[in-house]
Design a protein around this ligand. Sequence first.
Ligand code: AHM
Ligand code: MG
Length: 296
Amino acid sequence: MTTLREYLDKTDCKEELKELIELISVQAVAIREAFIKNQSYADTENASGEQQAALDVWADNHITEVLKNSKLVKELASEEKDEILKFPDAKAEYAVVMDPLDGSSLIQVNLCVGTIIGIYDNGSALNCGKDLKAAMYMLYGPMTVLTITVGDGVYTFALDEETYQMLEGPVKIPEGKIYGSGALKREWTKEHEKFITEIEEQGGKLRYSGSFVADFHQILKYGGVYCYPATVKNEKGKLRLVFEANPIGFIAKQAGGAISDGKRDLLSVKPEEPHHKTPIYVGSQGIIERLEEIMK
Ligand code: AHM
Ligand code: MG
């Protein structure tokens, strides 16, 4: 068995980055405990105008405090905060982007949710996804699984007490047939509908839970595509470039897959602001290539 620490020690990550990765990933223990203690909804809204579950707020505050106290992080951009937080007394140059609890509408029905994290090493949280130093997510399912890349392949680890043990790696996304798409079907664009119809005609199997991180995790294993498209009413889609698309896209790319908004590689798009929204298609390389042909 290889622990997360043993794995990190074999990479060329700086000691401070290893510490930061370990510190964030172990917060899964506290987050899992909080699920059991806290089941109510808060009546506040986040920057995108969505209702925040109390646990979103809790997880956001919890991870924010941990990162602030670590003195390893200069900037923090969170899906649950309007503005980027700055910690000027940090002794390292890391910037963290995060969705503290992705898929949080599923907490009330006990389905899988996760924490998405991206780490930059230039002190700034507003960068292209391709410049990430590390990306990871913790998926709170029957097991708590950490999926991580430090830019040298993708590895998965299962949480055992407070230690992560390696499950698999390097993980490669196969060319598979799982697909899922957000947004109301009657509001899909013609191009998106054509793309989905073609997948269905080729034997695609629909699987969509409402949690990006959980839906992506099975794409990573079985292959296929997760989509949250532009619609006729909303050309920007629903999901966010900084907190969701970039970390997951960086992992997909490191696993041999791709992420696109239909026209271009999302990892090369410079965010205009922390809550920049974008259509997202992420999964097996061949499917994303076909998507871009259809959307041309
Ligand atoms: P959240 O970060 O507030 O949880 O919102 C993002 C979630 C994704 O996890 C998921 O894929 C999508 O929103 C589901 O939206 P919908 O209910 O419109 O299908
Ligand atoms: Mg989210």
